[in-house]
Design a binder for this molecule. Structure first.
Ligand code: ADP
Ligand code: MG
Length: 210
């Protein structure tokens, strides 16, 4: 249960199931963002990955910790999602799993540690800075907002989701400095970054998961 007891392994599992359902629903939209400034595969890439994750969730113990769930997501995404986003999201979930460690549940401070470690993993791997028009432009405001939200884990999730969505919209006027979109120069202006949008989807799914 979310609430005073924090976010436990069962919550983490429901969160991942919600991501999988929403990626499947919005696959065409994510791919269409990637068609404008990339190679039109972002929705398919993520859908393939999260459908594979769904198929593996049942291999977890009933009492699996948040860290164990996140680690399964990481290894599955790394082995099933290609391109830039597979290794980047794989690293994010792996670093998040490591930050969660053996904890049975995450309070607001634990959530901020997990989100911060995920963002740091993406930055370490992809070397993107803020305003390079990547998923980092959704992750960093989300981590900052969760951190500023205080000790209510639900408020931290809501703040992260809202900030990620705003961060994704704010990629629209930017020129890209990383990934395929960087080849387009000024032609990328006016288009939302697909990875920032999928990050916003994941964090909105977290805020909506009870
Ligand atoms: P590919 O670009 O290989 O086709 P995807 O389409 O699945 O991979 O993912 C593209 C997304 O990956 C971009 O929208 C961007 O958010 C993210 N991305 C690409 N390169 C980087 C990077 N170096 N750092 C952070 N994010 C990146
Ligand atoms: Mg692509």
């Amino acid at each position: 249960m979310a609430g005073e007891s924090g976010l436990d392994g069962a919550w983490t599992r429901r969160w991942i199931e919600t991501i999988a359902a929403r990626v499947a629903e919005r696959k065409a939209e994510l791919t269409s963002l990637d068609r404008a400034i990339g190679d039109a595969d972002h929705g398919e890439n993520l859908d393939r990955g999260f459908q594979a994750v769904l198929g593996k969730l049942d291999t977890l113990d009933a009492g699996a910790t948040p860290g164990a769930v996140l680690k399964l997501v990481a290894t599955t995404l790394i082995s099933t999602v290609g391109g830039a986003a597979g290794p980047l999201y794989g690293t994010a979930f792996l670093k998040g799993a490591m930050a969660a460690g053996d904890r049975q549940s995450l309070d607001a401070a634990g959530l901020v540690e997990v989100l911060g470690a995920a963002r740091d993993g993406i930055v370490a791997r992809g070397k993107a800075e803020l305003q390079d028009k990547t998923m980092v432009d959704a992750w960093t405001p989300a981590v900052d907002a969760a951190s500023a939200a205080g000790d209510d884990v639900r408020a931290a999730l809501e703040a992260a989701a809202t900030a990620a969505a705003e961060g994704a919209v704010a990629t629209e006027p930017l020129v890209a400095h990383k990934g395929r979109a960087s080849y387009l120069g000024e032609r990328a202006i006016g288009h939302r970054d697909p990875g920032a949008e999928s990050t916003a989807l994941m964090l909105r799914a977290a805020a909506d998961t009870q």
